[in-house]
Ligand binder design. Structure first.
Ligand SMILES: [Zn+2]
Length: 210
């Protein structure tokens, strides 16, 4: 089974993909993690991508597509996966259909206001990258990471203005991808406003129990 998870930054799709991967046994392919791996392992793709990352850019969509496909091929994941963060553009969605056509695209739907609330209260550990939330998942002692004792901080781009800007550019690029899955009868939309556990129940129903 090939599944694409679609959702705004802050929709919780990474967490959901990890939970679904754990239970279904399908590999969780996060485009961000794949790119970081390639860079760390200094593969030819990794060296090309690093140039863009250093400039704070995502990189050309064709290059990202080649990297993701190369990874799927190399790891032998062609028959089943949960993709998170890819495709982001119509070009990428079309290429994916040609090569590894997904059976469904699952949109985890969360209104912008809730995303802003979630991210602007988000705290990240400077040492281990663990993520907390001011109200829904506070650390046991204020400002200190539960797992490693590191200092918790708010990332500089996690403020309301920057988040709304990210949501806007997300909308511009992803809406056509969502439409494409809808027009081909492969879009499933689930409500992403409740707790991760509740959202996961819906996701599981929409995918595994189908
Ligand atoms: Zn930590």
């Amino acid at each position: 089974m090939r599944i694409v998870l679609l959702g705004k930054p802050g929709s919780g799709k990474g967490t959901q993909a990890a939970m679904l991967s754990e239970e279904s046994g399908l590999p969780h392919l996060s485009s961000g993690a794949i790119l970081r791996d390639e860079i760390r392992e200094k593969t030819p793709f990794g060296m090309q991508i690093e140039e863009y990352v250093l400039k704070g850019e995502i990189g050309p969509q064709e290059l990202i597509t080649d990297v993701v496909f190369g990874y799927i091929e190399r790891k032998g994941y062609a028959s089943g996966f949960i993709l998170d963060g890819f495709p982001r553009t119509v070009y990428q969605a079309e290429m994916l259909d040609e090569r590894y056509r997904p059976g469904m695209g699952v949109l985890i739907d969360v209104p912008d206001d809730l995303i802003v609330d979630r991210i602007s209260l988000r705290l990240t550990c400077a040492d281990c990258d663990a993520i907390y939330h001011g109200t829904s998942r506070p650390p046991a002692s204020s400002g200190i990471c539960d797992s490693c004792g590191g200092k918790l901080e708010q990332r500089s781009d996690d403020n309301a203005g920057a988040i709304r800007k990210r949501l806007e550019s997300y909308r511009n690029e992803i809406q056509q991808v969502i439409d494409m899955y809808r027009d081909t009868g492969r879009l499933l939309t689930i409500d992403g406003t409740s707790t991760p556990g509740e959202v996961y129940k819906s996701l599981k129903n929409a995918t595994m129990n189908r």
